[in-house]
Design a protein around this ligand. Structure first.
Ligand code: FAD
Ligand code: NAI
Length: 466
């Protein structure tokens, strides 16, 4: 079996890389250990979580907002089985979509666990133990990540769960303790709170969503707390006792001090993800790792072994599906002799809570730390006509622009459809646009995007509507 390119892993990094390489005329094989294609994102990540977030948000809106909007219905009831069936159907639709795309592009799928067996060689071990050797001019490692364990706490995916178990609970837990106020904790915490759980989020740091703009994180915490999510910041989970009918969670102040015990029915451990390289044979093949256990790559995604590349969650950078996809395209182009490239300065980040949180570029904290002089322009959704009629007045848009050049350096949004609104900021920043450029672009009225325009107006000169 001889190919131009062998990709190990069929997540957003691997499958997109394979498709682009095939489109560029290369003969491609993808080696995948799991039964379905699509990796973490399609099977147990982005897609199933967004299915549950959407369903649970609709349930909450039907219960809270319909009456105000003039729609009389009986109090809506949860049908958890049907909600989970929707999740499963959406995952199947997406994973079979990748299968279809592989066939369309004549990409060979090889089931089994791949290991780098030296330059140009991948050994594959099938589930029944049979081994085979795949030869390829280039190899791309796209094996993704797995959830980071909490020392001393054993995940059983029933009562003590990672995100995978939290996506598939068969009943609504009365009390859910979430460890980690990051993206997974807030998204899946939101799902179960909307479905009726009392949710307490325990976070080691003194803020939620580390890495996001501080003002955005504060505002988001306020809104989530108002929705009923409880936060214990600057705290850590020291132990979870699962010997009884209810879990006993020992929580200590991060700085040390007296512990308290919280009772819970389910504990979700969401303290980050780590690169997945188990069984890949990297040490034997001499592939170098970086200081954080990720596959080390140069600016062209090359490892230190000739012809072996790596992309996605298994290398440096944010663990995001679209970042993995763009790296997949870049590597396919590089292997095909073109100049593939990813601009890490313009990778949007979206948290699918309600309201959504979205950002691209630098935060205020980053600009201050780098000594960059900037102007911040802000506009609240409470002053946006479309947001008001949608009963979506929480949140704001913030545009950060260079004080001298007016170039937009970062855009941060908490608000309705923030994940969609951020795209115009990303386009503007890719073209090195200024706040004035954004402010002078005609935006349709009444739209949520007018809040983006007004924030740009505020950063450049003055907003009109506040
Ligand atoms: P993965 O998607 O992890 O795929 C790796 C693949 O490699 C897997 O199929 C695995 O089985 C396979 N593999 C591993 N080792 C081998 C081997 N030796 N041989 C053969 N196959 C192997 N990101 C977003 O951008 N937006 C979101 O909304 C979002 N939501 C998420 C929600 C959750 C609950 C989680 C857990 C993650 C979420 N992410 C989201 C992150 C996103 O899923 C990852 O960034 C993305 O999947 C990384 O893609 P990847 O191709 O690098 O790896
Ligand atoms: P995360 O890195 O986003 O958040 C982890 C949180 O746990 C941090 O706030 C951290 O300070 C805290 N923490 C770490 N150790 C702790 C401890 N011992 N006790 C208490 N708190 C502790 O990681 P998360 O939420 O697990 O998600 C992993 C990754 O998956 C994300 O970083 C993101 O890259 C990806 N993802 C992306 C999504 C999106 O784009 N919408 C959705 C879900 C996941």
């Amino acid at each position: 079996m001889s190919y131009d390119l062998a990709v190990i892993g069929s997540g957003p990094g691997g499958y997109v890389c394979a498709i682009r390489a095939a489109q560029l005329g290369l003969k491609v094989a993808v080696i995948e250990k799991d039964a379905t294609l699509g990796g973490t994102c399609l099977n147990v990540g982005c897609i199933p979580s967004k299915a549950l977030l959407y369903s649970s948000e609709m349930l909450e809106r039907a219960g809270h907002d319909f009456a105000t909007l003039g729609i009389k219905i009986a109090p809506p009831e949860l049908d958890l089985g049907a909600m989970m069936a929707h999740r499963v159907a959406m995952v199947e639709a997406n994973t079979s979509g990748v299968e279809y795309l592989f066939k369309k592009n004549k990409i060979e799928t090889i089931r089994g666990r791949g290991a780098v067996a030296g330059p140009g060689k991948v050994s594959v071990t099938a589930d029944d133990g049979a081994t085979s050797m795949v030869e390829a001019r280039a190899i791309v490692i796209a094996t993704g990540s797995e959830s980071t364990p909490l020392p001393g706490v054993t995940i059983d995916e029933k009562r003590i769960v990672s995100s995978t178990g939290a996506l598939a609970l068969d009943a609504v837990p009365k009390r859910l303790v979430v460890v980690g106020a990051g993206v997974i904790g807030l998204e899946l915490g939101s799902v179960w709170r909307r479905l009726g759980s009392e949710v307490t989020v325990v976070e080691f740091l003194d803020r939620i969503l580390p890495g996001l703009d501080g003002e955005v994180a504060k505002q988001s915490q306020r809104v989530l707390a108002r929705q009923g999510m409880a936060f214990k910041l600057a705290s850590k989970v020291a132990a979870v006792d699962d010997s009884g009918d209810t879990l006993k969670v020992t929580i200590e102040p991060a700085a040390g001090g007296d512990a308290e015990i919280l009772e819970a029915d389910v504990v979700l451990v969401s303290i980050g993800r780590r690169p997945f390289t188990e069984g890949l044979g990297l040490a034997e093949a001499g592939v170098a790792m970086d200081e954080r256990g990720r596959v080390a790559v140069d600016a062209h995604f090359r490892t230190n072994v000739e012809g072996v590349y790596a992309i996605g969650d298994v290398i440096r950078g944010p663990m995001l599906a679209h970042k993995a996809e763009d790296e997949g395209v870049a590597v396919a182009e590089i292997v095909a002799g073109q100049a593939g490239h990813v601009n890490y300065g313009v990778i949007p980040n979206v948290v699918y809570t309600h309201p959504e949180i979205a950002s691209v570029g630098k935060t205020e904290e980053e600009l201050k730390a780098a000594g960059v002089a900037y102007r911040a322009g802000k506009f609240p959704f409470s002053a946006n006509g479309r947001a008001r009629v949608m009963l979506e007045k929480d949140g704001f848009v913030k545009v950060l622009a260079d004080e001298k050049t007016d170039r937009v350096l970062g855009v941060h949004i908490v608000g309705p459809f923030a994940g969609e609104l951020i795209a115009e900021a990303a386009v503007l920043m890719e073209f090195a646009g200024a706040a004035e450029d954004l402010a002078r672009v005609c935006h349709a009225h009444p739209t949520l995007s007018e809040a983006v325009k007004e924030a740009a107006l505020a950063a450049w000169f003055k907003p009109i509507h506040i």
